[in-house]
Ligand binder design. Structure first.
Ligand code: GDP
Ligand code: MG
Length: 265
């Protein structure tokens, strides 16, 4: 039977490799992405009901506004549905102590309308830090399922496997309607590319992605839409980031509580 393609994505130091090790055990190999020296770690995970997943441990990335070679590996995979590693489900790994910052990337991946699960890792730190989570609220507002995990204590991994097995129930509701950052510009874009996801077009316009790896024919004439000056595009990207953090702050207001009187360090 077909393996479920899983991509582990997250900011550096959130525990992606620890989750990767917990899922794949010794069933892993390290290679390279073609033409570049970035490590490619992949492995096989046995799931409930005899299913299997192919797990890819992607390089750490802060956002899809790529700036480094490592980060461009992530964006080029997520923009290329024909890549054999294109995920059936993206698993975004976050650190419970840095949830606000870590969720920025989550909202971007969600907006590519890829089925996405959220791992909140380092759960063993919660008591010490006086952190409590309202998982039901977070799942509803972030339109996903959440695994609360401590790779350190080997907790939550079976729950994560269960969620991966059932990735078919995930919806692809986006977090941000990208057109709200410039209605006129995006409505023209929509007219020119009626069958393309606006956020995907926005990434192709603003990021210097390697067209050799994505479907160039889908983006013919995209250069016509680079009509805005670089400064204008930068300004819109900043507006996008602000809107994403507004969304995240609103979600965390009820979703995450830090009670310092409960904290012990
Ligand atoms: P990556 O950069 O996202 O691949 O993260 P790593 O898996 O390399 O982990 C980064 C650091 O966080 C390492 O020092 C890990 O030991 C630590 N770490 C990973 N998972 C946990 C966890 O569940 N609890 C705690 N306290 N630390 C963790
Ligand atoms: Mg790593």
């Amino acid at each position: 039977s077909k393996q479920i393609n899983v991509a582990l994505i997250g900011n550096p130091n959130t525990g992606k490799t620890s989750v990767f090790n917990a899922l794949t055990g010794l069933n892993q190999k390290v290679g390279n992405y073609p033409g570049i020296t970035v490590d490619k770690k992949e492995g096989i995970c046995k799931l409930p009901r005899g299913l299997k997943a192919h797990i890819l441990d992607l390089p750490g990335t802060y956002s899809l506004n790529a700036s480094s070679l490592d980060e461009s590996v992530v964006i080029e995979l997520l923009l290329n549905k024909n890549d054999k590693d294109f995920p059936d489900v993206a698993v975004v790994v976050t650190d419970v102590e840095n949830l606000k910052r870590n969720l920025l990337l989550y909202t971007q991946i969600k907006d590519l309308e890829i089925p996405t699960l959220l791992v909140i890792n380092m759960a063993d730190r919660m008591v010490k830090k006086g952190i409590s989570l309202n998982i039901e609220h977070l799942e509803a507002q972030l339109h996903t399922k959440i695994a609360v995990v401590s790779t350190r204590k080997n907790e939550g991994i079976n729950e994560l496997k269960e969620l991966i097995t059932n990735y078919g129930v995930l919806n692809t509701t986006p977090c941000l309607n990208i057109s709200t950052i410039d209605d006129a510009y995006f409505s023209n874009l929509k007219k020119a590319f009626p069958n393309q996801l606006l956020y995907k077009l926005w990434l192709v316009i603003t990021q210097d992605v390697n067209f050799g790896k994505i479907q160039r024919k889908d983006f013919n004439d995209i250069n016509d839409f680079k009509t805005k000056s670089t400064a204008d595009l930068k300004r819109l990207q900043q507006k996008e980031t602000i809107k994403r953090y507004q969304f995240i702050n609103a979600v965390l207001k009820e979703g995450l509580t830090i009670d310092l009187s409960e904290a012990t360090d």
